[in-house]
Write a protein that binds this ligand. Structure first.
Ligand SMILES: C[S@@+](CC[C@H](N)C(=O)[O-])C[C@H]1O[C@@H](n2cnc3c(N)ncnc32)[C@H](O)[C@@H]1O
Length: 223
């Protein structure tokens, strides 16, 4: 189902100013890389510092809480939908969080905008599982996405995934292990695992309230 555009969406997006960066470019063929599209992260955050990235941030609860807990870290949050990213950016501005910037667009094109080897870790929180077999290549742990993560992560960088969907979790494990990533700290029931410091996202609360276990893994590059 397509989401209805919110009232005054354009005005609200405009009011967020450069808190939202649009992953749009002059050359529409994204397979053609153009250095001028690569973001200057130091300029963007007005400081140096480690960079962490969430993909599919929704309304931004997770990334805003991370930004509060880790004021020395710079956070990027990617989201496809303008309807939801506008809420995330407005909340971050209301909360006075200077260390989180939002990127509107498809994670598929991240390597056109994010410098190589610049991201310390990537958070995939309740990414859409795309259960239809024919949509497997839209899943954010499909090999093509893993190749993009490999480019933008620092060599010791890691990917952290949480999901409620067992089939998607299995698919992710297969994709990570077949594509040069090792796995650690795998949990099949995060909320009863003793894991400390978990930030419960909007979707996580929804699924957990329904009694569903939450799956989590950490992936690191081995080649
Ligand atoms: C199920 S929601 C989860 C939102 C939030 N992470 C949470 O846990 O509450 C998944 C979000 O990922 C976004 N998304 C899906 N595919 C994406 C892609 N290829 N690039 C960027 N965002 C994407 C969707 O628009 C949606 O807002």
């Amino acid at each position: 189902m397509r989401m209805r555009r919110k009232n005054n969406l354009e005005g609200r997006l405009k009011a967020c100013g450069d808190r939202i960066i649009y992953m749009d470019r002059d050359v529409l063929d994204f397979s053609v890389k153009d250095d001028k599209d690569i973001l200057d992260l130091k300029k963007l955050f007005k400081r140096d510092g480690p960079v962490e990235l969430e993909i599919g941030c929704g309304k931004g609860q997770f990334i805003r809480e991370m930004a509060k807990r880790c004021p020395g870290t710079n956070f990027l949050a990617v989201e496809l939908s303008s309807n939801v990213i506008v809420e995330a950016a407005e909340s971050a501005m209301e909360e006075g969080l200077e260390n989180v910037i939002f990127l509107r667009g498809n994670a598929r094109y991240l390597d056109c905008f994010i410098p190589e080897k610049s991201v310390r870790c990537i958070y995939l929180n309740f990414s859409c599982p795309y259960p239809k077999n024919s949509y497997y290549n839209h899943r954010l742990t499909y090999k093509d996405f893993l190749e993009i993560y490999r480019k933008i992560l620092v060599p010791e960088g890691e990917v952290y995934q949480k999901t409620d969907n067992m089939h998607f979790f299995e698919f992710s494990i297969e994709q990570f292990t077949a594509n040069g990533f090792g796995l650690k700290n795998i949990s099949l029931d995060l909320h009863h695992s003793g894991f400390e410091g978990n930030i419960v996202t909007e979707y996580e609360k929804r699924f957990s309230d329904m009694g569903m276990p939450i799956y989590r893994l950490e992936a690191y590059m081995i080649r």
